[in-house]
Design a protein around this ligand. Structure first.
Ligand SMILES: Cc1cc2nc3c(=O)[nH]c(=O)nc-3n(C[C@H](O)[C@H](O)[C@H](O)COP(=O)(O)O)c2cc1C
Length: 303
């Protein structure tokens, strides 16, 4: 079975990628399995300056998923480029995706410029969809003009590096946002980020996460992600998509590819089962054979 896929010329030995924020900077997971099995790795969301993230508690368990309000805790771009990526490169030789967030167009641009200049970064993933920070993230991903403005600012400073824009599901018209990013020069799209949600602790009569609301993800959101990946694929024919949301097994990867994804990210499932990506990669050939698929590229966007 042919499992190799290409994202803007970057070759992935298979389409399976741990999603940003659920796999640290890779080294944290190296005790579980050889990371070189993976198609690529999307690193924890990174900002220009270090961030401690939101107040705890910032996780609420839910049936078939979880709510997080981590709030982009990260050591800042300097430490990611100077320490985290070099440490990862000692044990992993596949494609690295730098996931970048910001609070202004200028911050996105300077952080992406630094990441883009790093030869160990293969793809830039611009997160305009984080629901857990105020005045940044999702604010840019909920409006076509703002999404386009960030996209063109980042493209201008990342010559020669593929720029994927990561979209939010918390919008009414995903096709309009996807098209705005494509028109502004995005080389590809990643979707979806988490769905804004809430849990309430009945004993304390308070929201479970201190930030009140958080991002819901995990198995329960697969149908939403499939629908939005399919809408984005139809809105932007030919634009590569990394599909994300609720993927927990090889069958889900195949569904995501049929919906329009060239590669597939696995998020919350890594928190439930640290072996998830390795297990899914191992399951893929048998799952493909079961449905008569001999080349994964042949099913991308067939729906
Ligand atoms: C604990 C946690 C932290 C996350 N942090 C980030 C992040 O830093 N940047 C980002 O783009 N997405 C982040 N995400 C969103 C995931 O990458 C993914 O888009 C989302 O969880 C949907 O996929 P899933 O249902 O497989 O989890 C985070 C998700 C979780 C659960």
């Amino acid at each position: 079975m042919v499992s190799e896929v290409k994202l803007c010329g970057v070759s992935l030995k298979n389409p399976v990628i741990p999603a940003s924020g659920t796999f640290g900077f890779g080294t944290e997971m190296a005790g579980w399995y050889d990371l070189n099995q993976l198609g690529a790795i999307s690193l924890k969301g990174t900002t220009l300056e270090p961030r401690f993230g939101n107040e705890c508690p910032r996780i609420a368990e839910c049936p078939e998923g979880l709510i997080n309000s981590v709030g982009l805790q990260n050591p800042g771009i300097k430490a990611v480029l100077g320490e985290k990526i070099p440490a990862l490169r000692k044990i992993y030789s596949g494609p690295v995706i730098a996931n970048i967030s910001g609070f202004s167009v200028e911050e996105y641009a300077s952080c992406c410029a630094a990441a883009g200049a790093c030869e160990d970064v293969d793809i830039i993933e611009v997160n305009i969809s984080c629901p857990n920070v105020h005045g940044g993230g999702m604010a840019f991903g909920s409006n076509p003009e703002a999404a386009a403005e960030v996209t063109s600012a980042v493209k201008a400073v990342c010559p020669g590096k593929p720029v994927f824009v990561k979209l939010s599901p918390n919008v009414t018209d995903i096709a309009a946002i996807a098209r705005a990013c494509a028109d502004a020069g995005a080389d590809g799209l990643t979707l979806i980020n988490t769905v804004l949600g809430m849990r309430i602790d009945l004993k304390t009569r308070r929201p479970v996460v201190a930030a009140r609301y958080g991002g819901f993800s995990g198995r329960a959101i697969l149908p939403i992600a499939l629908r939005m990946v399919n809408q984005a694929a139809h809105a932007c024919p030919g634009l590569p998509i990394m599909g994300c949301g609720g993927v927990s097994c090889a069958d889900d990867v195949l569904e995501m590819m049929m919906a329009g994804a060239t590669a597939v990210q696995v998020g919350a499932e890594n928190l439930r089962d640290p072996m998830a990506c390795s297990r899914i990669i191992a399951e893929l050939p048998a799952a493909a054979a079961k449905y008569g698929i001999d080349d994964l590229n042949s099913i991308v966007g067939i729906i």
